[in-house]
Ligand binder design. Structure first.
Ligand SMILES: Cc1cc2nc3c(=O)[nH]c(=O)nc-3n(C[C@H](O)[C@H](O)[C@H](O)COP(=O)(O)OP(=O)(O)OC[C@H]3O[C@@H](n4cnc5c(N)ncnc54)[C@H](O)[C@@H]3O)c2cc1C
Length: 476
């Protein structure tokens, strides 16, 4: 049994702590917000947390996360469902335009979770509060505690919180999110130990939450949760307790469409898209939040220098967004954090000492986690090409294959729909979508039909960019 200190008690810190405590470890979570122990979902949704603007953005909780909970932590999944979250069986949402609806046994696992992020977090906080072996301490970490400079490797053996208290542990896990100050803490100790890679995301992200009256229920999704219209991406996210949200992804530099931050303009614009408009027309539906915006987003990963290449720290690892975060458009952050959280106890078990633990963790991260960074950077590069090409993916780009092949084919072919849903939900490897020859064949045929104008299905309905700009200007 190890004594473990977790810096940060949000999604990653809580999931890691639950999985570690259930393997018999003694965990202390330190978070500045921990003095707020109230588990009221609506109070938490209404409250703000500095540095955590994403709390009020739409979150997709993918099948990989849901399946992991179902197999290993069924009580956590049950608690989420009891709190109002619900399971989203994607294969039951096959578009009506698919005539041949052959399902496969594995399809029952293609199920995500619909919930507000604050609901997800509050439920797992409630579980952590009750967990034997977890102590939650209010405090902000200001310094790491390190063994003497002459020790090699240097062992990080604790943390210091702003009031001067020291908390000691065999392992310190940094779960303090995308703005982690870990590098600064290490530099203060004379330990410049990490390389940071980053690349800008091409989008700004706008979200508004709405609430349905208790008499209304969610609409049949008919396979259509999101649409990519080249100049704008528009998604709808059913969530818990009658809430749903609409998120749009825009070119980060697009000032005209950036005016969608105006709530009236946002609602009028979303009424103009087929898949969001029908939700906004539900009788007595009410907007619940302002339009939340996040801009200047980045993909970022931080690599610890391996011990055999000059690295000199043991006792500290990073997990969750503090290790890596990617374009939120792909909806992967919480799922990828959960993968790490659930793997860590196994890695601790299989490591004989601190050095081996750090090496095993780095090897796991390199093999299983960082490929998602490469994938996000690759996907973003395709999006930048589309932006430079006036909102139309250039021929030959992945964007072109997705827009002209994959997406249209998901409306007529179960195999492509399944492959797309699997890829989105991280079932299989990061680059699996185009690896099945049958799927690839259907996609190529779809592209050919669209190029020769023999494709019969209408595209998802939405305004052109000019129409949308006019609509926005008229709303201001
Ligand atoms: C706009 C947007 C949309 C997103 N959409 C999705 C989505 O659809 N699906 C998805 O899975 N992911 C999504 N993500 C990513 C997801 O939000 C993150 O992956 C997730 O929040 C990571 O959680 P975390 O616990 O690692 O970090 P965070 O949630 O950032 O939590 C960090 C915690 O550390 C604490 N902390 C910070 N500094 C200190 C300190 N010095 N001492 C102690 N504690 C500290 C903070 O108080 C906080 O509680 C989105 C992100 C953004 C920005």
């Amino acid at each position: 049994m190890a004594k473990i200190v977790v810096i940060g008690g949000s999604i990653s810190g809580l999931l890691a702590s639950i999985s570690l405590s259930r393997q018999g470890h003694e965990v202390k979570i330190v978070d500045p917000t921990a003095s707020d122990t109230d588990l009221d979902l609506e109070k938490r949704f209404s409250s703000r947390q500095k540095g955590l603007a994403q709390r009020h953005h739409s979150h997709a909780f993918l099948a990989k996360l849901r399946n992991n909970l179902k197999s290993n932590y069924p009580d956590v999944l049950d608690a989420l469902l009891k709190a109002g979250a619900f399971e989203m069986p994607f294969m039951e949402f096959l578009p009506k335009t698919i005539l041949q609806r052959d399902l496969e046994p594995g399809d029952v696992d293609l199920v995500g979770i619909g919930a507000r992020r604050t609901t997800f977090e509050t439920v797992i906080l409630g579980i952590a509060q009750k967990e034997q072996g977890i102590e939650i301490i209010a405090g902000e970490i200001s310094t790491l505690l390190a063994s003497k400079n002459t020790d090699n490797p240097t062992r990080i053996y604790g943390v210091k919180i702003a009031n001067g208290d020291e908390i000691l542990g065999d392992l310190i896990i940094d779960c303090s999110g995308r703005n982690s100050e870990r590098n600064g803490w290490l530099k203060k100790l004379g330990l410049g130990e990490e390389t940071i890679e980053e690349s800008p995301c091409p989008i700004q992200y706008l979200t508004r939450f709405y609430k349905l009256p208790s008499s209304a229920s969610f609409l049949e999704p008919d396979g259509r949760f999101a649409g990519d219209f080249g100049y704008i991406k528009v998604g709808i996210f059913p969530a818990d307790n009658g809430f749903f949200s609409i998120t749009v992804g825009l070119n980060d530099q697009d000032r005209q469409l950036g005016k969608l931050r105006n709530p009236e303009a946002f609602d009028n614009a979303m009424l103009a898209f087929e898949h969001t408009g029908k939700w906004l027309r539900i009788k007595d539906m009410e907007p619940f939040t302002k339009v939340e915006a996040m801009t200047k987003l980045k993909n970022r990963r931080r690599k610890a220098v391996p011990l055999d290449q000059g690295g000199s720290i043991v006792g500290l690892i990073a997990l969750g967004d503090s290790l890596m975060h990617t374009n939120p458009l792909y909806g992967r952050g919480c799922t990828i954090s959960s993968m790490q959280a659930f793997e860590l106890p196994k890695i601790i078990d299989s490591s004989n000492d601190g050095s081996q633990l750090v090496e095993n963790w780095n090897a796991y991260v390199e093999k299983e986690i960082f490929p998602y960074y490469d994938m996000a950077v690759f996907q973003d590069a395709q999006d930048f090409m589309t932006i430079e090409n006036g909102g139309i993916p250039p021929k030959g780009s992945l964007g072109h294959v997705i827009k002209e092949g994959v997406i249209p084919a998901t409306y007529v072919d179960t195999g492509v729909y399944r492959a797309f849903i699997k890829a989105f939900n991280l079932i299989g490897g990061p680059f699996d979508l185009l690896s099945d020859p049958n799927v690839l064949d259907t996609i190529n045929k779809t592209i050919a039909q669209r190029e020769s104008n023999t494709w019969e299905l209408p595209d998802p309905f939405g305004p052109t960019r000019d129409e949308l700009v006019r609509l926005i200007e008229n709303s201001l």
